[in-house]
Design a protein around this ligand. Structure first.
Ligand code: IPM
Ligand code: MG
Length: 360
């Protein structure tokens, strides 16, 4: 198959980790007889430097024209980088949010799996980590607080900031349907996370999820309050299969879930619209402190490329091969610094990419 992949390397460690994922994709193309062509695009801080804005129409149009988008990470040090002296709508993150919205990527899939080889890197007690876990967080990505109206103004001489959390039933229904659909292909359990004891948006969320659940009698589902969920994630992560939640709760809970896998450097993600089109990026940030040092963990980006093959290109065998290759490299004891433990072999970002490519 011939496929055109838009590539946004981004800022910080982005270029390093995406280069390794492309290395792995090239190996997949070679082995399975595909042709992947890449078009590199700017978004985030690098786009601010080149174009004065974090996202251009050109980048949006080129992404739309591609078969899928592979991304690294964007942003810099929020206290020292000049990008954060700009108004909020011109900062790197605004580019990512704008791109998600422009491409209609409302469903963010973040799989969190504890690899047995990395159980030593899991910060939880052994009695909990020994049970392992394999969950998928389905985060709503284009609504809620991150897209609601916001303003900062002086009211009666007092500086006041307002952010708005708004969801309509259509937005809730389409993400709930995605969650139940994917649960049918997994262990058939959905946990819907909200704050229905306080928020109206959560009460509507609950009502709509209840309606959607009726169409999936085989799926066991439950509602869980977000504060309890944060606690359950560290107490008994094995209980979760598919977790579905609104934008901000998903942002926070997915970072927490990633940490119990050992490192955020392991967490892949797919952001999808209603079709097979998607943007694939690691869940972690741009880690400016280690940028350019060939130290970053490229596995989350490589696993995101596997999701790209699976969800956008329908290449199941190829995706399996990439995931298996990552598993093999970990079994052989190779680790980047973030997941390093005693007795293992420490490798650089590019060596990790070479090792995974060689396993395919
Ligand atoms: C993420 C990130 C982004 C988000 C930021 C960079 C805007 O934290 O993908 O989780 O909040 O969605
Ligand atoms: Mg986040």
């Amino acid at each position: 198959m011939e496929k055109n992949i838009a590539v946004i390397k981004g800022d910080g460690i982005g270029p390093e980790i995406v280069t390794e994922a492309m290395k792995v994709l090239d190996r997949v193309a070679e082995k399975y007889g595909h042709k992947f062509s890449y078009e590199q695009l700017l978004m985030g801080g690098c786009s601010i430097d080149a174009n004065g804005v974090p996202l251009t129409d050109e980048t949006i149009e080129r992404c739309k024209a591609a078969d899928a988008v592979l991304m690294g990470s964007i942003g810099g040090n929020t206290t020292t980088s000049p990008w954060y002296k700009l108004p909020a709508n011109l900062r790197p993150e605004a580019g990512l949010l704008g791109l998600r919205k422009a491409l209609g990527l409302f469903a963010n899939l973040r799989p969190c799996v504890l690899y047995p080889q990395l159980s030593g890197a899991c910060p939880l007690k052994e009695e909990i980590s020994a049970k392992g876990f394999d969950m998928l967080i389905m985060r709503e990505l284009t609504g809620g607080l991150y897209f609601g109206e916001r303003k900062t103004e002086e009211i009666d001489g007092v500086m006041t900031a307002i952010d708005t959390l708004k969801y309509d039933e259509k937005e809730i229904r389409r993400i709930a349907v995605k969650a139940f659909d994917v649960a049918m292909k997994r262990r058939k359990k959905v946990t819907s996370v909200d704050k229905a004891n306080v928020l109206d948006s959560s009460r509507l969320w609950r009502k709509v999820v209840d309606e959607v659940a009726k169409d999936y009698p085989e799926v066991t589902y439950e509602h869980m309050l977000v504060d309890n969920c944060a606690m359950q994630l560290v107490k008994n992560p094995a209980q979760f299969d598919v977790m579905v939640t609104e934008n901000m709760f998903g942002d926070i809970l997915s970072d927490e879930a990633s940490m119990i896998t050992g490192s955020i450097g392991m967490l892949a993600s797919a952001s999808m619209n209603e079709t097979k089109f998607g943007l694939y990026e690691p869940s972690g940030g741009s880690a400016p402190d280690i940028a350019g040092q060939n130290k970053a963990n490229p596995l989350a980006t490589i696993l995101s490329a596997a999701m790209l093959l699976r969800y956008s290109f329908d290449m199941q065998a190829e995706a399996d091969a990439v995931e298996k290759a990552v598993d093999n490299v970990l079994s052989k004891g190779y680790r980047t610094g973030d997941i390093m433990s005693e007795g293992m072999t420490m490798v650089s970002c590019s060596e990790m990419g070479d090792l995974v490519a060689k396993e395919i």
